[in-house]
Design a protein around this ligand. Structure first.
Ligand code: ZN
Length: 255
């Protein structure tokens, strides 16, 4: 049996499928990955955009917002690609427990997966949050302020520092999401990685949690990952074409 059929078979037999996604699935929608050349990351230095610099000074916050202002149109205009739609199809077919994602671009939700089934480990760009009082603002609203010349927006309610609701370099992982992701990984019987190189924590940890609790592990990624040797099936390639074929086969065999 070829790998696509093997994975389809595993999905059909699975009672709890968790899909884990990273930058690899979003680059196929044209979203820039800071690891790859080209795009917005050529104009900004990731080492200047960490949480410590953001908290340390107004200049640090202005720099961060300058970057975020330039990034937002790319994210706002990005459309889900066949990889996202294939995962949404698995959801429609009743085969998906949840998606755990490292991405901040809302593309799983845009593809039709309900909000409550998407666990965002690195937060979301869709919201801006006040670090003092927790007030949330839609990103579009803050973007208008940035465009009107505000350099580092403050909270209307309390005057506190606001920040995109994403996890910056050096910022603590969100507790609730991390715990939830670990619990889902531990409880699933099939863990499918789509487009993550599994190098940063806690992403690197999740497949191991799943595997050590008895789940089968599938990894689909363009490049090798440190966990390939733990996996039951590995496909080295793009996420979109592989996931589309898998979803089509699952659908056909359910019909
Ligand atoms: Zn506030």
């Amino acid at each position: 049996m070829d790998n696509i059929s093997l994975i389809s078979d595993m999905i059909l037999k699975s009672k709890k499928l968790v899909v884990f996604t990273g930058a690899g699935i979003s680059t196929e929608s044209g979203v820039s990955d800071f690891r790859s050349p080209g795009g917005i990351w050529d104009r900004f230095d990731p080492s200047e955009l960490n949480f410590q610099s953001f908290m340390a000074s107004e200049a640090g916050r202005e720099k961060y917002w300058q970057f975020s202002k330039a990034l937002w149109p790319e994210i706002a205009n990005a459309k889900p690609n066949p990889g996202h739609y294939a995962i949404a199809e698995l959801h429609r077919l009743g085969r998906l427990d949840c998606v755990i994602t490292q991405n901040i671009d809302d593309l799983h939700q845009k593809s039709g997966i309900p909000e409550e089934k998407v666990i965002e480990l690195h937060g979301t760009l869709k919201w801006v949050i006040c670090l003092e009082c927790g007030q949330r603002y839609p990103r579009e609203q803050i973007q208008l302020r940035l465009e009107s010349g505000v350099k580092a927006p403050r909270c209307d309610a309390c005057g506190g520092i606001t920040k995109p609701a994403t996890i910056a370099f050096g910022q603590a992982m969100p507790e609730r999401e991390t715990r939830e992701a670990e619990a889902r990984a531990a409880a699933c019987d099939l863990f499918l990685v789509a487009g993550s190189s599994l190098v940063v924590y806690p992403a690197a940890q999740m497949p191991l949690i799943a595997k050590s609790n008895g789940a089968k592990l599938v990894i689909i990624n363009l490049t090798p990952t440190p966990h390939d040797h733990y996996a039951d099936v590995v496909i080295q390639g793009k996420t979109g074409p592989a996931m589309s074929q898998i979803a089509e086969q699952v659908k056909a065999r359910l019909a």
